[in-house]
Design a protein around this ligand. Sequence first.
Ligand code: UDP
Ligand code: MG
Length: 321
Amino acid sequence: MKTLALIVPCFNEADVLAMFYEETSKVIDSLRDRYQTELVFVDDGSRDDTLRIIKDLASRNSAVKFISFSRNFGKEAAMLAGMEYAVKADYIGILDADLQHSPELIPEMLHFVDEEGYDVAAANREDREGESKLKSFLSESFYKVINRVSETKITESAQDFRIMKKNVVKAIISMPESIRFSKGIFSWVGFNVKWIGHTNRERAAGETKWSLTKLAKYAVDGILGFTTSPLRLSFIFAFLSAFIGAVAFIYGVIRNIINPLYAGFIPFILTGMFFIGFLLLLSIGIIGEYLARVYTESKDRPKYIVAQTNTQVVYSFSEDE
Ligand code: UDP
Ligand code: MG
C-alpha cells in the first residue's frame, strides 16, 4: 500500500480544527483501500487551544502526528518542518487548516500523481472570492512585479495546496535557504505539474492570519529571494545621471555659441556634478554585481535537479534510489 502524508500548518486554528478533521477524515477514509494516510499537523506557535485539540486528536487516532513550534515561525517554516518529517511518504500533500483548500480535491490530485505520471498536482485558484479588494489588488501587483524581474516564473493563481511525489519534496528540502518563499521554490525546482482549477471557499471559521504587514514582508522575501535585479538599479541611475550631464553640456555649448556676450558656466558645473554622480553610481553598481553573486552563492542552492536517470549523479531525486 502506498503512503500519503498530509501536512497542515496551523496558527491559532482552534475554531476550525474539529471541522477540518471531520471533513478530511471522510476523504482519508474513502482512500483507505489504496493509501495509508498520516495527518501531520504543524502547530506554528499557536496561542489558543490549537495544540490541545491536535493532541486530543492524536490520542484518539494514531495516524495523527504533530509538530509544535516553540513560537510562531510563519507558514513557510511550518511547511518546511512538515515536509522534512513527511518526506518518507510516497506522496506528500499540503493544505490549509481553514478548509479554504477543499480536502475533496485530494483524490483527484492523487489520481494525477499516481496514475497520470505527474510529479505534482497543485491547486490553481480560479477566482479571488472571500478576499478583500485591497488584498487582491496588492497581490496582483506583486505578481506582476516579480514575474517581470525574476527568472523564476510564479503563477499568480498557484496555491500552496498540492500533492507532490517524494522526489519533489526531497528537491524542495534540499534548498538550504533560510528565508524561504515556497511559491518561488515550488516553481524553481521544476518537475511536471498538473494544475487543477479550484475555487477558494470562505474560511470555515476563525480569521486570516496574514496581516498586511506580514503580507508585505512575504512579498519582499519573494522578490529579494528570487532576483538580484534591484541591485542593478544603480546602473540605470548612473546612465540617467550621465545623460542629464550630457544634456547640460550640450545646452551650455549651444547657449554660448548663440549668445557669446552672456556666456555662462553654470551648465558646465551641472555637467561636472552629474558626471561625478555617474562615476559614483557606476561604482555602486559594480559593487552590486559582486554582492549579487555573493548573495546567490551564499544561498547554496543545488545547481541542478535530476528528475530521472539510470545512473548515479550528485543530486539525484529519482524515486528508485
Ligand atoms: N499559518 C501558519 N503560520 C502563520 C500564518 C498562517 O501556520 O504564521 C497557517 C494557517 O493556520 C492556515 C494557513 O497557514 O492553515 C493559511 O493561513 P490563512 O488561512 O490565515 O491565510 P489566507 O488563507 O487568509 O491567505
Ligand atoms: Mg485561509
